[in-house]
Design a protein around this ligand. Structure first.
Ligand code: MOS
Length: 735
């Protein structure tokens, strides 16, 4: 039978199968969905960062036109906190007490006939506070800190001895600010109860997790909760939680006995659905005069909410990035009165890589070697901690191909040696080793009487191409044209899949789909083998392939029959099979699990008089294992690089140091790259299918972002001679 060994259809740059739905406005994004009889909700949020509510007067709001209910901590029943998810976090339930933990915390929810009425009435809710002095930064002596929150700190060799033996050392501190995920689509929840059955349309990257959370919080069986998220207007990690506003919308729907729809405003998106937390990192590197790394020490401190955990081990990646005998990595989190951070595309690695790869550039300067040469000399040929061969690793090829495409060899060694008029021109690079997140997944594949097939999964398409690659995969494995395969995704009633996050869904869900296809073909083969009316009666399974919309004799495509014919003769409207995938255990196989690798080469132009930074070129080469669709994968990496440009030179969520209020919570004030800021991006894939994945896929959702900030910062140094260790790189640092 056909197997995943031979996948010529895959990798083809097929257009998005959901593209027509999207461009014609027919794809139901979360805030587009409406239900008959729905009411609308609007949030009231705290205007202080710490303290207590002393009085909450809803009288005026309740009398306002169209108002159906006002939920406060006086009305909302005591709700349990949701279960710990596989990311180890669950936000506290909302409106449980009078305590204020951060500016922008939800303090009330107004439900009315229309969104406008709810919004108007929300302004009439009067809240009196007893403010306390908020903890807002690392250096506050009252701040509670947690060392090694995830047990990922690492020690290898003797880093002090390593540093002492070094001929050249670098010791530098790097800071990265809060960044906000800012998906274009406003997050929205539409909740409807029918008795104990709950249906929720939510802007989530993880329908199965939201279902599990809501079942636990509202005390109903999981089977009576259905969460739908077929389309999402971006997420970048913001959709990896069942946030407090989701729980409030569900509670409101229960209270008013009608469907309730809550759409966050853009400013509310800054405080309600997470952000990349700011951090301080100190990196010490030591090398011998021949540019051999002998010590890496990487410490980070990042900011965390008071009562909401977040997984963000900035330094951990530095333990496996290079061959180096003496390594210490250590992470610490400090709790403050800030909105909850959450994963934002390449959580921890985006920040950690900026520090490490900037320090590597500083080391190259100190050693007077080429930055690329320094990386090649210290390449981790085997996994540096485990000593095992990688399941796949084309990082050297990323460097070689990238350097060639970019023209790295023509880069002058000295900083500040190229100019074009008043523009100083510089080039920098960075390497990326990204981990591979694995989770179990289920999927169902069904052939139907019309001869086509359907893929079904609770996994969702964050916008990056899951519909398309699963459709390609199924079409290929069943020998069907693309048009005859449909993927139904983003519905928690369908077989459970992990989150669209951690760059892990394509491998996990794709492997489950491949398993389902194999089982389905096995079941179809059983039907025809024992059927005297089938042209394949008595066939040896080895001689049968899936092709031409059915089963065919290998090498004799005229002999066989379509799925439609098989089902019709057996009187079946459809035949389905469930598939599963489980994370590989590569160390048992004598290899180390490799995630994606990459290299970025950036060119910047810096206005000598004004300090303006323009990114003029980026060349990116990625080893993502098997690429299922060259076009959607490339788009994903391009999006990642653009996110990296934002991180490098624009994005900065600014919190007022006195009040804890976010000062730039709008798209007018929070800068992101727009078209004029993004040059043509050159993206190339290299590498082989990974040995530890059934499909050979490693995932490319996040790797494209990581390393861009360092490559740009290194290019800025090369252009100007100024080392900027604090993101974003704004003109004040260059004047
Ligand atoms: Mo991502 S930060 O895994 O959505």
């Amino acid at each position: 039978m056909s197997t995943a060994e031979d996948l010529p259809v895959l990798g083809a740059p097929v257009d998005r199968v959901d593209g027509p739905l999207k461009v014609t406005g027919q794809a139901p994004y979360p805030s587009d969905v409406d239900l008959p009889g729905q009411a609308h909700a609007a949030l009231v949020q705290s205007t202080i960062a710490a303290g207590r509510i002393t009085d909450l007067d809803t009288t005026e709001a309740e009398k306002a036109p169209g108002v159906l209910a006002v939920l406060t901590h006086h009305t909302v029943p005591r709700l349990p906190r949701g279960p710990m998810t596989s990311l180890g976090v669950s936000p506290p339930a909302p409106l449980q007490d009078d305590r204020i933990r951060h500016h922008g915390q939800h303090v009330a929810l107004v439900v009315a006939e229309s969104r406008e009425q709810a919004t108007a009435a929300a302004r009439l809710v009067r809240v009196e506070y007893a403010p306390a002095d908020p903890v807002l930064d690392f250096d506050d002596p009252r701040a509670v800190s947690v060392d090694d929150p995830w047990g990922l700190d690492s020690h290898r060799g003797d880093v002090d001895a390593g540093l002492a033996s070094a001929d050249v050392t670098v010791d530098a501190v790097y800071t990265t600010p809060d960044n906000t995920n800012n998906p274009l689509g406003l997050f929205s929840t539409l909740a409807a109860w029918e008795g104990e059955r709950l249906t929720v349309y939510d802007a989530t990257q993880w329908p199965a997790m939201v279902r599990e959370t809501l079942a636990e919080v509202f005390g109903v069986p999981e089977v009576s909760v259905r969460v739908l998220s077929p389309f999402l207007g971006g997420g970048f990690g913001a959709g990896l939680r069942a946030w407090p506003h989701v729980i409030l919308a569900v509670q409101a729907a229960r209270d008013v006995g009608r469907p309730v729809k809550l759409v966050l405003t853009r400013p509310q998106m800054f405080t309600s659905v997470g952000h990349r937390p700011k951090g301080v990192q100190r990196v010490r590197l030591g090398a011998t005069a021949d540019a051999t790394l002998v010590a890496i020490e990487h410490h980070s401190t990042s900011l965390l909410a008071v009562e909401d955990d977040d997984y963000e081990p900035f330094a951990a990646g530095s333990a496996v990035a290079y061959a180096c005998p003496h390594v210490v990595t250590a992470d610490r989190q400090v709790r403050a009165n800030v909105p909850a951070p959450v994963s934002m595309r390449a959580p921890a690695h985006a920040q950690g890589n900026f520090a490490l790869e900037s320090a590597m550039d500083e080391l190259a300067c100190a050693l007077d070697v080429d930055p690329l040469e320094l990386r090649l000399r210290n390449h981790a040929d085997v996994h540096p901690a485990l000593g095992l061969p990688w399941s796949s690793n084309a990082l050297r090829e990323c460097y070689a191909v990238g350097a060639e495409r970019f023209g790295w060899s023509r880069r002058p060694a000295r900083p500040r040696s190229r100019r074009d008029g008043h523009w100083l021109v510089g080039q920098g690079m960075a390497g990326v080793s990204y981990p591979w997140y694995q989770a179990p997944s289920l999927a169902r594949v069904t052939v139907t009487a019309d001869g086509g097939a359907t893929v079904a999964s609770s996994g969702m398409d964050i916008g990056t191409g899951t519909y398309t690659v699963l459709t390609q995969l199924c079409a290929h494995l069943l020998g069907l044209p693309l048009e005859q395969v449909r993927s139904d995704l983003g519905d928690s009633d369908l077989p459970e899949a992990p989150q669209a996050g951690g760059s892990g869904l394509t491998s996990a869900l794709g492997s489950a789909v491949a398993d389902a296809c194999e089982r389905l073909l096995g079941a179809l083969l059983e039907l025809v083998r024992d059927d005297p009316e089938s042209p394949l009666h008595g066939s040896d399974p080895e001689d049968v392939v899936a092709a031409g919309g059915g089963l065919r004799r290998r090498g004799d495509p005229g002999r066989g029959e379509t799925y439609a014919a098989i089902l019709a003769r057996h009187g079946r409207p459809q035949l389905g099979a469930d598939g599963a995938s489980t994370p590989a255990q590569p160390t048992e196989l004598g290899m180390a699990l490799a995630g994606a690798f990459g290299a970025h080469f950036a060119e910047v132009r810096v206005d000598e008089d004004l300090g303006l930074v323009r990114v003029s070129r980026v060349t990116t080469v990625i080893d993502g294992g098997r690429i299922l669709n060259e076009k959607t994968a490339r788009s994903q990496v391009i999006g990642g690089v653009i996110g990296g440009i934002g991180m490098a030179v624009f994005e900065d969520t600014i919190t007022d140091p006195t009040t804890g209020r976010i000062a730039n919570a709008t798209f007018g004030d929070y800068l992101v790259p727009v078209h004029a800021d993004v040059p043509d991006l050159d993206v190339t894939f290299v590498g082989e299918p990974d040995r530890a994945s059934a499909l050979g896929v490693k995932g490319v959702g996040e790797v494209g972002l990581v390393g861009v900030a360092a490559a740009i910062a290194n290019a800025v140094h090369h252009a100007t001679g100024v080392r900027v260790r604090s993101l974003p790189i704004t003109l004040d640092a260059l004047l």
